[in-house]
Design a protein around this ligand. Sequence first.
Ligand SMILES: C[S@@+](CC[C@H](N)C(=O)[O-])C[C@H]1O[C@@H](n2cnc3c(N)ncnc32)[C@H](O)[C@@H]1O
Length: 210
Amino acid sequence: MTRDWVSWHDDYDRPRSGLRRRLAVVQRAIRTALDSGAERVVSLCAGQGRDLLPVLAAHPRRGRVRARLVELDERNARLAEERAPAGVEVVCADAALTDAYAGAVPADLVLACGLFGNLSDADVRRTISALPQLCAPGATVVWTRHTHEPDLVPSICGWFEESGFDRAALETAEFGVGVHRYAGPPTPLRPGERMFTFFPQGPRFQESPR
Ligand SMILES: C[S@@+](CC[C@H](N)C(=O)[O-])C[C@H]1O[C@@H](n2cnc3c(N)ncnc32)[C@H](O)[C@@H]1O
């Protein structure tokens, strides 16, 4: 059975939920990247855009930002679209395919939130190794992953670092939220590449705090 990815977002509306606490950490990282001048943004498996869109709406540089949110679920894409200001494009497509980012990269800010908990370990690694294609030199990647055992967060950090990223921040107290900065050379987008296969039924542990 396929998970309902619309109702997954309901926890964002519960003031005491762990997902909401995770959101605050993610949004802080997004705000910091925008403050530092990020203008081109892409979000993989963007859901309803609950992380980026509210931060953008309140940010003084919002008029300069161009974002592409890639989301497969039509209902979530529509909800994101309804909240999206000018400059934000919501694309209902498979975020696993590099083609989904043509014309929107290299980005200064790449969001991979609520993604790594829904992939095999091998696909997490493959996705990280493909991310330089989406990144301008100096780009920030904000990512999340639960920390249930076996905790993949240390491996994820290692895979980022072997793919040319430096660690800028890591939160692991209740959930994993990482910020990595791309320190490698420009890497052209390779069309037609699949980065991952998303578990359709959702993860064994939800991509949410412990
Ligand atoms: C755990 S939610 C995370 C949403 C958002 N990134 C967040 O953190 O609030 C995962 C989202 O990925 C979407 N999704 C699943 N497979 C996808 C795919 N192949 N391409 C694009 N989106 C996908 C689901 O519909 C769902 O909205």
